[in-house]
Design a protein around this ligand. Sequence first.
Ligand code: SF4
Length: 450
Amino acid sequence: MAENNFPAKHLTVCNFPTPFDGEVAYFELGLHRIAHPCAPGWQVAEVSLAQHGAEKQAQAVLETRPDAILIHVYRDRVRDALALADALAANHPETPLIWCGWTAHAPYLQAVSQATLPIRHPRLLLACGEVEAVVPPLLARIAEGGADFEALTETLSTVAWFDSHAGQWKGQGLFAQVPDVAGLAPVWDSPTPLRAHPGGAGWIEVSRGCKYACSFCVACSMGEGSVRPHHPERIRAEVAAAASQGVKLFGLLAAAINYDEQSLRALSESIVSRGAPDCRVAGTVHAKFAQGDRLALMASMKWETMIVGLQTTTAEAQRLMRRREERDVFAAAVERLRAFCVPEVELILGLPGDTAKGFEASVRFALSLPVSVSVYCLRLDPWSKFLEQRVALGLQADFANAGRVSALPGFPADELKAAGEWLRALARGPWRHRASRLMFDGTPIYSSRR
Ligand code: SF4
């Protein structure tokens, strides 16, 4: 194995923006975390990879003369990132390419590359887990030079390296978490704050982790059942600093904002105290926590989007996804939430354990509520239990299409397709449901306002 003697000083951090305001703001937050607290001793250049082909992107990246390149990749950009890696491999294969973000998961990347582009970059490293936990030690090792990648993956358990000669991954690539969120640098209340996206959106991190561990969700990897909230003082300071940078729509980064009453109180007090009528929030809440003081705190804020996960009412699908919502409890919670916003109830088409009949029953139940209903097709996401168990569960998925499940036992491909068509036919009416809107894979197919 060759030795890597890099004069590692210049780090180029690359961003794949998306057309969606909220996602752009999310990516900027991810990049900010990497560029500012995570690369001490490195000179950081940032390159936006908007609207170019891979060749041009590689050229823009290499013009910054990097000693290492870092890309932060969301699910919908994995294929683009593989094309960029390919172009970089053709032009500058000796420069380490660090892939981070929640798609930094070797089995997932392997599945996507098999369905799309083979990995040819000889120095592609996955930094697995929360960027603050895994990127600094990896950059420190690269800056030291002298370590070959095989040795590096042997000593850093959170890194995986694709040995393109052997055609296999080396290293454990374990998901890393920061030991204590209190030690994290603020992103808004900092000397180099983010600015609000032109649409006024900005994310406030409230907590990390989740009380649940649904089998379809990346949150499984974040510590089953553990939630790590930020201190209320930090939440208040971040809200105030974000508002001073022009944020009006506060995206709440937390698996559910209503686990921790102290965090919810800090959010509510700091957002409501701004007194600006156009200050809104967007986030996910859990139906079973929507009561008592928590409900009153939620009601104090103006909600642009409130997502409430249901996913299915089919008992076997609930068992396999490891989360159960009782219909009557869920319906009662939604009625309470409806007093101050229109909750968006999420369902998933193609869950293991579900059937066409079960899916239809879930949709009809959700439509009987005074909500907006969003149906998504199941996708096998990085780090999820369903990805890990896909062979045992008999799941077939299209990894060239973001891991979308295409067939499963009890729900063959033709029935999955027919279920989508049934949903579209339902949207064409006649509309006799309480729900005011129906979305399918992010696109409205019925709205009472049309
Ligand atoms: S889907 Fe929601 S409740 Fe389930 S693990 Fe993910 S964040 Fe938690």
